[in-house]
Design a protein around this ligand. Structure first.
Ligand SMILES: O=C(O)CCC(=O)C(=O)O
Ligand SMILES: [Fe+2]
Length: 316
């Protein structure tokens, strides 16, 4: 058997290519998600200055003292604003991850009919520049996600906007994470991010500031996922797995503690979620005699709620 590998794809092949190169991009993307669960994306057009600026500002935020950060904690079960160190744990684990993070969600224009559906974003008074930069980054990642999901629709012979329509005014989340340096006060059984699958459709991860991300291959082996500057890592979550009847499985991954130099780590996963009332229904073409329908339909909002309880962010 050939050793599994992580494909590197160029989004321009889809956005600027002829129909042959668009089809090839779509097939390679789907094959990457099926074979190993992750692909690396180049040519996405997200300005590196915007990524650097976001890292600079989020680092500044996490360097504020705990008391200041706690002013922004506990908002809608951690769906917005700050979540303190050790609060989130992977499904089926009790020990918390060695991380603190901040959630930025969808920001709809004033008076939009869905404004009451989503909790409002929380912005720190101490860093006024953050709002504009985080929201610009969020919009750019939404744009890239839409392109990726269009390409995936092509693979399943669905209309172009089948998945992309789910993102319109969707509930995507930008999670800015700080994994502090390890120290003696930390639980020796805890790791930066214990093994888990993402809840959402797909996740986009611009390159982090240090290594540590690993995926679990279909053969049950841990494999490092490395991205160079300017690359975006893309993986599939449980919602995509559910509507594709597990033809595209959600891939287990984790972030391990540093072994060499004890450095802190920052990362910014963008979790692509549909709007809350969107019905997650199995795509008929993914149901076959050998792969009978596995899940009943559920709304994205109900599914998310179940999973937030499981990972400790919402108390049922
Ligand atoms: O920090 C990372 O590189 C990945 C984090 C992650 O997998 C998550 O927050 O779901
Ligand atoms: Fe994850």
């Amino acid at each position: 058997m050939t050793k599994p590998f992580i494909r590197t794809l160029n989004l321009k092949d889809y956005t600027h290519g002829d129909s042959q190169s668009r089809q090839a991009f779509s097939e390679e993307f789907a094959a990457g998600l099926k074979d190993i669960g992750f692909i690396i994306l180049e040519g996405h057009g997200v300005d590196h200055k915007l990524i650097d600026k976001n890292y600079e500002l989020w680092e500044k935020l996490f360097s504020m003292d705990t008391e200041t950060k706690q002013k922004y904690e506990g908002i809608d079960g951690g769906q917005r604003g700050y979540t303190g160190f050790g609060k989130e744990h992977a499904k089926n684990r009790t020990v918390g991850d060695l991380k603190e993070f901040w959630h930025t969600g969808q920001e709809l224009p004033h008076g939009h009919p869905l404004t009451s559906e989503y909790p409002s974003n929380v912005w720190p008074d101490e860093i006024p520049e953050l709002r504009k930069n985080a929201l610009n980054f969020y919009r750019e990642l939404e744009r890239v996600s839409r392109n990726m999901l269009e390409a995936l629709a092509m693979h399943f012979d669905l209309r172009k906007d089948f998945f992309a329509d789910m993102l319109k005014d969707g509930n995507s989340i930008l999670r800015s994470i700080h994994y502090p340096k390890l120290d003696e006060s930390m639980d020796p059984n805890a790791i930066r991010a214990a093994e888990h699958e993402d809840i959402n459709l797909i996740t986009l991860l611009v390159e982090s500031t240090a290594s540590g991300l690993e995926l679990l291959t279909r053969d049950g082996e841990w494999m490092e996922v490395k991205a160079e500057k300017g690359q975006i890592i893309v993986d599939a979550g449980d919602m995509l797995s559910r509507i594709t009847n597990e033809v595209i499985p959600a891939t287990t991954h984790r972030v391990v503690n540093p072994v060499g130099e004890n450095t802190s780590r920052y990362s910014m996963p963008f979790f692509v979620h549909p709007y809350s009332s969107c019905l997650l229904e199995t795509i008929p073409a993914t149901v076959t005699k050998d792969n009978p329908e596995k899940y009943p339909a559920i709304t994205a909002g109900d599914f998310l709620y179940e999973r937030l309880v499981e990972i400790g962010l919402i108390k049922a």
